[in-house]
Design a protein around this ligand. Sequence first.
Ligand SMILES: [Fe+2]
Length: 303
Amino acid sequence: MIHVNHFKIYSDKVKKSLVLSCDSDWHIGEKSSLKRVDAVQKRVDRVEPDYRFIVGDMIDDTKVLKTAKRKELLQSIAIAGRASVTIPCLGNHDIAHKTGRGELSWEEDVPMDWLEQVELLTAGILTYQNRVYEGIVYLDDQVEVVAMNPPFEYYFKEEESKQWFIDYYQRKKLHFATTDRLHILLLHTPAVAPDCVEELPILQEADLVLCGHMHAGIVPPYARFAFGISKDHLGLRTPNNQLLKYAKYCWGEVEKNGVPFIINPGTTKLGPEKKLLQPLNCPLLLPNEMSEIEVIPTKQKRL
Ligand SMILES: [Fe+2]
């Protein structure tokens, strides 16, 4: 069972409608079940999207890659890659191991062999010269997909995050290469990005930004109307343990300066380290969720 969030965006860059499927935040640990991932796959098989995006945190901790779960995960990713054009990007948990109560360390822990295996099974590019890749990860005659992989600081700097993020990417000069394709930007955590559209060309160039990471602020879909009174889509708690008014951009579509950010709630709301709370991840309380986005030619909107 999976809850699907539907969105529509309009673009003059597509000649016919496209269907995009987006899932994220599997957070598979050694003891996790892959049932949630299977549920996403069943939905993808039924919908047959033009593209499927997995926007980060497939694993919870790189330690899982040294267990038998690695093989199971690879099988799921292989099935995804065969079923549709599947483009993954990396989240913080994909390149880090846990050192304590959920704290991540990722300086030394980029599992290149794993990322290369995922690349072979999907359509996306994750690695480049032994580094985590940032830039164009997929390009065809309809879409150009760019992934941003901001460093660790981006996830944890708080007050100073915005200026730091702007400075970092202004220095990097990250851009889309084409002008006529639909520009899809993959950015695992929205964090402060929606507040930086005016300053950052890569965000202005995007027709759509796909994010995850926020776990919908642990707000289930049926309670979101109460939290959605703010256009910034507040949650109860962010992955950084920020609460309420600081838990911004947690779920759904947030449009900033004409750029739609779609923040996918993910298949996991509470990660494996929340041992006692794990049962809350049951389908009724905190259902598995994914997003489907229909991209409609602007001409159809005018008719
Ligand atoms: Fe994350």
